[in-house]
Every structure is written in structure tokens, then in C-alpha cells.
Ligand binder design. Structure first.
Ligand code: NAI
Length: 792
């Protein structure tokens, strides 16, 4: 026992271990051996098994089942059976169930926190003060959405059985983020926790029983990646929600292509942490601690690219070094520890190999000199200096307690470096100047931005990424849509139109220079452009007469069009009012040329009445979206955080690829292009393959409507070939596709994990009220949540 004098001399912390007796008793009651939780019961413990270890000691904690496709099938059947009654309950009845779960979680808070710490290695301070309270908060918040769903989401229904796959860094929290909204919306779930950390999910299964949740509403299947893959592949699963590595996210995107399964992906990140020279430096240093040394850096949104303004760089790095030396690394059950071990020796090896790569490439690794426990998966925290934007440790997710630091000179350079990544999950911005901070927040391409703060989470705010960090949101109203579907989209008939053989044979192809006055060109960068192939294709009327020639667009033309669309940033930065004005002007010009357009529609087989109807509907649709351009407001979320404003912005994606159906060629085209444009996207549009001339007529209107060059590009030709180029293009951020090749488009989109909306071969009724409005606007935008603190 140290003397009072020696304590005062060293001013060191004593140990303060949290007891784990009740968790060990719980494990003993289960013989530390678990089956799956299916249909309200734990299954037998026979069959393939996985061992689960305590990362702090390497000791075995328990054994769980390694689920087979058969186990997954049994769980999906149980969930499908439960869906029949669960989805029919009133919102109020479901709300009471979610509320009961929240109450039971709170009752067992201490137990869950200790179990999480034993299983994952995160410190008890974090599991007790952050993870578990947020878990309860998610169930309370979503009890509210269950209550309100019928009124606030009228016209939407639950999806069915949701397959949910979660990682090991926030095991119980990720479970709550997925299960709470799914259940509130009326779905049932089969959830697979990560192989390293399945125990809190199994404890949660017990809580569901205790709280009286009907059997089969929640099913937990333990296992590894193969179990996850079997869940993704199951035909009766209506939705997959995945959080984990970008690599597996891509596999799942490809695997679910054409399945009709709804998909949300929350993937990796390499988030910028930007410190301007007028920041409160001590607060920013604490920010780094909370950002990259929180949870041992095993955080998808950790600010692992530290960008510091040049004039304060040396000072900031010195402060960071001093602060790092104070971090205490050790037994995570000790309440005075800042950091525990990594989750598994595999992760230690992965992290160390990335550190070695960083050093090999010339980086300097500044490591804390703290002593590490002899046993367990401990690593010393650190940070890299002497790295460039192309260094591996600046580009790749290390998923350990390491940050890589670089300097920048100007706000422009900061924005450029911040966005110099394939990811777009989060950003943390530090400046005492509100103008500088908000400007940076607006410019960074990330789903969540924290100003003078970091790693703030709440059930009322959406969380999720831009670019290769995935798509879909968790939390908030925006996240709730991920577990619902619009009713009108589920009852669409199959499309009767087919593109096969429309560009029939090479004899339909003609050099574009022939019949020059009848050959419509492509429209790229505000100019008519000859197709790169030099060829055009014959557009025939239904009676087989030649109506004209359309440019035979190819890969190169799509690339040029995307480049033009990227350059047309004036459109995105125009005020919403200005965009509305241009769209109204477009309608005015269409109205002035109504006769020509009706004539074109008649030529292609429409009766005079049908042509007039399509023209009128198209005019109305342009007006409709011109009206919406300055009205699709964001929100201020009511997060559970004091003196914080959380602004949810509806931001454009950037370049959108739009592939039109053959039905209603004019109306469908404006129905797709206008919401995208109204929200500030620039577009590359592939018009109806069989009736492209109406689109090429349309660009004459664009010329006279003050639409900035490159905002609206049109490439005619073989729809599916062109669509595939759009799907594969890394600069195309979102793709809407109508046609028979939905499977191919979804699979091809896996490259940059763009957001897709495919018709699945179904035909929209473009005249119906459903073919315009909120669904289109929502899918033409992505939500960025900006957290702004206020007060001294
Ligand atoms: P992972 O992506 O392989 O695992 C996440 C979850 O997906 C686990 O439940 C796993 O069993 C499951 N899974 C694996 N393969 C699957 C498949 N083919 N189909 C369906 N489910 C599958 O991540 P892992 O290997 O545990 O960690 C590797 C790296 O991934 C980490 O070092 C880190 O960089 C990153 N990662 C990122 C996370 C994030 O939240 N962004 C979370 C976990 C890991």
C-alpha cells in the first residue's frame, strides 16, 4: 500500500477496477457456451464453433456457434413468420415494445458495459459513459418513430426481414443503430454480430425475451464472414444493412445486385481533422484525443488525417506530443485508463504492418513511451509526421490509435487536402472564426461534420458517408427511410419496352457525316458534339420510316460528358432561386415550342391527344421542380446534446447519371432530369434509345434557357452500354437507371459505391402523381449533418 507522501509525490493514479463478477456469473450460467437466438430461443450448442477471447488478456471468454446457411435459413424463417404479426401491430404497440427494451437496457447498463469491455477491450469509461447510454437512447428515440410512423411516413411500409451485419468496434451500439429503426418501422431482423465480439448481442437477445418482445422479431446468428455471406444471399431477406470494411461492402454490393434487396452500407473512412490557426489549440488537442485515441482508434469516423495550418503546425505538434505522453494504456476495466487493447491479434498485426509501411515510405512515427501490459493486444498510441497526401498512412484506414499529420497554408488548400480521399464519412473542423469553420464545413465532402468537436453521435441525427464510405444513413428521419419502402414502388408492372435489336444491325449505322442535316448530335458541355465513333444510328418510326439519325455515343462520349458535368460547378453553387429561374425559363421555352415537340411525339407514334397530354405533363413537371428548387429544406435535428445545433443539409451528389426508359420519352426525361438539376446536381443523361430525337430537340431549349454549359449533358446511343460506363465511372456519384439491365448496373456501381436507383425492369407510370415529388428529391440528395456548438 503506497503511503500518502509517495502518492502526493508521484501524483499517479491508483488502480480503480470495475468488478466483472456479475458478467462472469452470467457466462457461467450459460456454461460460456452459446447457440444462436432464433424464434425467441437459444439453439443447441452442437455444430461448428468459434472461440471468443478477452483482448486484454488473451483468455478465452466463451464459445459461440459459427452459423451455417441452414442456421441462417432457420433464423430468416422465424423472422418471416414474426413479420406477419409484428408488421400489423399498431405503431403505438410497437412503440411500447421498443420503450420496454430501452428500459431493460438501462436496468442492465452496468452489466452490458462490463461485458462489452471484456469482449471488445474498449475502456469501461467509454462502454459505460458512451456506448451503453447511446444504445438506450436509440431505442427510446425509435420508440417515438414507431409511434409516429403511420402519420409521418404515410404511403410507406416496412420491408420484411432485414439482414444486418455489424463490426466489432461498437458491437452493442451498432446493433442498436440497426435493430431500433428496423423494428420501429415494422420489420423483423436477423442480425449477425462480428466474430470477435458476439457476446453483447447474445445478452441483448435475453433482454428481448425479458422485455416481452414477440418471438422471432429479433434473431441473432453468430458466425464469421461466411455466415454473413449466407445472410446476404438468402432470398427471403428484403434488406441488407452492413457496417464494416469497404472491401466487404463492395462484395455485398455485387452480391445483392439484381436481387431487389434494399441496401445500406456504412463503410470505412479516412476523415480529415482540420485545425486553423485561430483555433483554440488546447481544445483541438483534446479533440485529437477524442477522435483518434478513442476506442483505440478503431472508429470508422476517426479524424486520422490531421491537417494543421502551417503557422501553428510546430506548436500544435509539440502540444500533441506532450498530451500523448499523458495517455494511460492498460486494463480496460480500470476506470482510470484512457486506452485498452485492440480487439484481436489479427488487428494488431494488420495495424503494425501499416505502421511499418508508413515508416518505410519515409514517415516519422512518434509513439507514446508508455509501458504496455505484458499480456493482451496492446499497442502504444502515436502519430505520423513527415508524410505527404499520397502516403499509405494518409490514404488507408489504419484502424488503430494513429493519426497522420500534415500542414496546409490556406483554406483552399485545406479543402483540397480534406477532400483528397476516396472516403467521405466525417470531418472535424477547428476554428474560432465561424465564417472559416462553416465555409470549410460546406466544402468538405462528408456525411457528418463536427465543428470544434468530434465524434458526437445521437439517435436524432443521421450518420453515414459520401463517396466510398457508403450510402444510406443511420439515425434521424433520414435514417428511418432506410427501413421503409414507398408503397407505389412495390406495385409497378413490368416494362413492356425492350431495347434489344433497336440498334439492329450495322446497316442501320451510318457515318455521322452522311445526311448531315438530319443527324442529331450529342450535347456535351453546352455544345453539340459529334459522337466519338463517328457513327449515328437510324431512328425509326413505329411504321418503320426513318425519322432521323441519332449520334451513336460510346465510352469516350460519356467520359467527355462526365468531365463537362464536373466542371459545371457554377450550377451547384448557384442559389436555389437562380436555379429555379433557369428551370422556369426552360418551361417557358418548351411552351413556346410546344407544337414542334408534339409533332415529334406524333411522328414517333403518339396520337395527337397523347402527344398533347405528354407535352402538358412535361411542362407541369418542369414547373413542379422549379418550384421545389428553393423549398426542399434541410432540418435542425433535436439531438440529445446541450448547446449544439445539428444542421441536416440536403446536398446534391455532384454528377448524376440518368438513363431513361423508352416509355413517355419526353415526360420520363424531364421527370428524371429536373429533380436532379433542381437539387444542384449536374447530369449526364442517356435518353430513350428508341426515341432519342425528342432529347436532341430538347437541347435546343437548353441553349436558350441560361442553363450553364455542362450542367445538362445528353449522350444518345445504346442505353445499356452507355449506362454501364456511367455505372463504372468513379466521378459519377449517383445513377438512376431504367431498363432491363438493373443487375449489371448495380454490380458495376460497386467500384466507387455510388448510390443507385434502378427500375428492375418495371415501368413507372410517368403520368401518376407518384412520378414526381419527395421520393425523387430525396434520392437526388444526400444528407450532411453539421454539428455546431455554441456558448463559451
Ligand atoms: P469486415 O468488414 O470483414 O467485418 C465486418 C463484418 O462483416 C463482420 O461481422 C464479418 O463477419 C462480416 N463479413 C465479413 N465478410 C463478409 C461477407 N463476405 N459477407 C457478409 N458479411 C461479411 O472487417 P474486419 O475484417 O473485421 O476488419 C478489417 C478492416 O476493416 C479493419 O482493419 C478496418 O480497417 C475495417 N473495418 C471498418 C469498420 C467500420 O466501421 N468502418 C468496422 C470494422 C472493420
Amino acid at each position: 500500500m503506497p503511503s500518502v507522501t509517495s502518492i502526493l509525490e508521484s501524483m499517479d493514479y491508483g488502480t480503480s477496477p470495475e468488478s466483472s463478477t456479475h458478467v462472469k456469473d452470467w457466462l457461467a450460467r450459460h456454461d460460456a457456451n452459446f447457440g444462436h437466438f432464433i424464434g425467441g430461443k437459444f439453439t443447441s450448442t452442437k455444430g461448428a464453433r468459434l472461440d471468443v477471447f478477452n483482448p486484454a488478456t488473451g483468455d478465452k471468454l466463451a464459445t459461440v456457434a459459427n452459423g451455417t446457411a441452414g442456421d441462417v435459413g432457420a433464423a430468416v424463417s422465424a423472422a418471416a413468420k414474426a413479420f406477419k404479426t409484428w408488421s400489423k401491430l399498431s405503431g403505438h404497440a410497437r412503440a411500447k415494445h421498443l420503450y420496454a427494451i430501452a428500459r431493460h437496457i438501462q436496468k442492465r447498463e452496468r452489466f452490458l458495459a462490463v461485458l462489452e469491455t471484456l469482449d471488445n477491450g474498449k475502456t469501461i469509461r467509454e462502454s459505460r459513459d458512451i456506448d451503453v447510454p447511446l444504445v438506450a437512447r436509440h431505442f427510446y428515440h425509435h420508440a417515438g418513430w414507431a409511434e409516429l410512423r403511420e402519420t409521418e411516413f404515410a404511403g410507406f411500409s416496412p420491408l420484411g426481414v432485414c439482414g444486418q451485419i455489424i463490426p466489432w468496434n461498437f458491437p452493442l451500439l451498432m446493433l442498436a443503430w440497426k435493430i431500433a429503426p428496423a423494428l420501429a418501422a415494422g420489420n423483423t431482423v436477423v442480425l449477425k454480430p462480428a466474430e470477435f465480439t458476439p457476446l453483447t448481442a447474445l445478452a441483448f437477445a435475453e433482454i428481448c425475451t425479458e422485455a416481452g418482445l414477440p418471438d422471432g422479431v429479433v434473431n441473432i446468428i453468430t458466425g464469421d464472414g461466411d455466415t454473413g455471406a449466407a445472410l446476404v444471399a438468402h432470398k427471403d431477406v428484403a434488406k441488407i444493412a452492413f457496417t464494416g470494411s469497404t472491401e466487404v461492402g463492395r462484395i455485398i454490393r455485387k452480391q445483392t445486385a439484381a436481387s431487389g434487396k434494399k441496401l445500406s452500407l456504412e463503410l470505412g473512412g479516412k476523415s480529415p481533422f482540420v485545425v486553423f490557426d485561430d483555433a483554440d489549440l488546447d481544445a483541438a488537442v483534446e479533440g485529437v484525443v477524442d477522435s483518434v485515441w478513442f476506442n483505440q482508434g478503431q472508429v470508422c469516423c476517426a479524424g486520422t488525417r490531421l491537417l494543421v495550418q502551417e503557422s501553428i503546425y510546430e506548436r500544435f505538434i509539440a502540444k500533441l506530443k506532450t498530451r500523448m505522453e499523458k495517455l494511460r494504456v492498460g486494463d480496460p476495466l480500470d476506470k482510470s485508463m484512457d486506452m485498452g487493447p485492440l480487439v484481436d491479434p489479427v488487428q494488431v498485426a494488420r495495424v503494425k504492418s501499416l505502421l511499418a509501411k508508413g515508416v518505410e515510405e519515409g514517415g516519422t512515427l512518434n509513439s507514446a513511451s508508455c509501458a504496455l501490459p505484458e499480456k493482451g493486444n496492446y499497442v502504444a498510441p502515436g502519430f505520423f509526421t513527415d508524410v505527404g497526401s499520397a502516403s499509405t498512412v494518409m490514404r488507408e484506414e489504419i484502424f488503430g490509435p494513429y493519426v497522420s499529420a500534415m500542414s496546409f497554408r490556406t483554406p483552399d488548400e485545406a479543402a483540397m487536402l480534406a477532400n483528397h480521399t476516396a472516403y467521405g464519412l466525417a470531418a472535424s473542423i477547428w476554428s474560432e472564426n465561424i465564417n472559416v469553420a462553416l465555409d470549410a464545413a460546406a466544402r468538405v465532402k462528408a456525411g457528418v461534420v463536427w465543428i470544434n468537436s468530434t465524434n458526437l453521435f445521437d439517435a436524432a441525427a443521421g450518420f453515414g458517408g459520401y463517396k466510398e464510405s457508403g450510402f444510406g444513413r443511420e439515425g434521424g428521419r433520414e435514417g428511418f427511410y432506410e427501413y421503409l419502402q414507398a408503397d407505389w414502388l412495390t406495385t409497378l408492372p413490368a416494362s413492356k419496352s425492350s431495347n434489344s435489336n433497336i440498334i439492329a444491325t450495322t446497316d442501320a449505322l451510318q457515318p455521322a457525316s452522311m445526311e448531315i442535316d438530319r443527324t442529331a448530335k450529342l450535347y456535351i458541355g453546352g455544345k453539340q458534339a459529334r459522337p466519338d465513333s463517328g457513327y449515328s444510328y437510324a431512328v425509326k418510326t413505329p411504321k418503320g420510316k426513318l425519322a432521323g439519325l441519332a449520334g451513336l455515343g460510346s465510352r469516350k462520349d460519356i467520359r467527355n460528358a462526365v468531365e463537362a458535368a464536373l466542371k459545371a460547378s457554377a450550377w451547384a453553387s448557384a442559389t436555389a432561386h437562380n436555379r429555379a429561374q433557369v428551370l422556369y425559363f426552360l418551361a417557358e421555352n418548351l411552351s413556346a415550342r410546344a407544337g414542334d415537340f408534339e409533332q415529334r411525339l406524333r411522328e414517333m407514334g403518339a396520337t395527337p391527344a397523347a402527344a398533347r397530354r405528354e407535352l402538358r405533363a412535361s411542362l407541369q413537371r418542369i414547373f413542379f421542380y422549379a418550384a421545389w428548387a428553393d423549398k426542399y429544406d434541410g432540418r435542425i435535428h433535436s439531438t440529445n446534446a446541450k448547446r449544439q445545433i445539428t444542421l441536416a443539409f440536403n446536398e446534391p451528389f455532384g454528377v448524376m447519371g440518368l438513363v431513361c426508359p423508352n416509355e413517355a420519352p419526353l415526360l420520363a426525361m424531364v421527370s428524371l432530369a429536373l429533380p436532379a438539376l433542381a437539387m444542384g446536381n449536374t447530369v449526364v443523361l442517356v435518353p430513350s434509345q428508341s426515341q432519342p430525337l425528342i432529347a436532341t430537340d430538347f437541347y435546343q431549349l437548353l441553349d436558350t434557357s441560361d442553363m450553364p454549359a455542362g450542367a445538362f449533358n445528353i449522350v444518345t446511343g445504346p442505353s445499356d452500354e452507355l449506362a454501364k460506363v456511367l455505372a463504372e465511372h468513379d466521378e459519377v456519384a449517383a445513377l438512376w437507371y431504367h431498363g432491363e439491365g438493373s443487375a449489371m448496373m448495380e454490380a458495376a456501381s460497386a467500384g466507387n459505391l455510388k448510390s443507385t436507383w434502378v427500375s428492375g425492369g418495371k415501368a413507372f407510370d410517368w403520368y401518376s402523381a407518384n412520378a414526381q415529388g419527395a421520393e425523387f428529391l430525396r434520392r437526388a440528395t444526400q444528407t450532411k449533418n453539421i454539428w455546431i456548438p455554441y456558448g463559451e
